[in-house]
Design a protein around this ligand. Structure first.
Ligand SMILES: [Zn+2]
Length: 75
């Protein structure tokens, strides 16, 4: 059973994290160094060009360790 209030709270949170992801992405794309909040390693941008054929449709940002792995859906 989902409490409506909880649900609204959940939506709010996911909206916030989406906004955060967009912020992160903007910074990384602008060439700024952004550290992974988990491992403190710099995040880097993955573009379809740089990734293998299997993931040619995906771009995103991730860290070396993979604890941050944000897929972007614009191509
Ligand atoms: Zn990390």
């Amino acid at each position: 059973m989902i409490d409506i209030k909880q649900f609204a709270e959940l939506q709010k949170k996911s909206k916030n994290s989406f906004a955060n992801q967009r912020q992160l992405m903007k910074k990384v794309m602008a060439g700024k160094t952004v550290l992974c909040s988990t491992c403190q390693q710099p995040l880097f941008l993955i573009t379809p060009k740089h990734s293998g054929p299997a993931s040619s449709e995906n771009s995103g940002i991730c860290c070396k360790k993979g604890c941050t792995d944000i897929q972007l859906e614009f191509v």
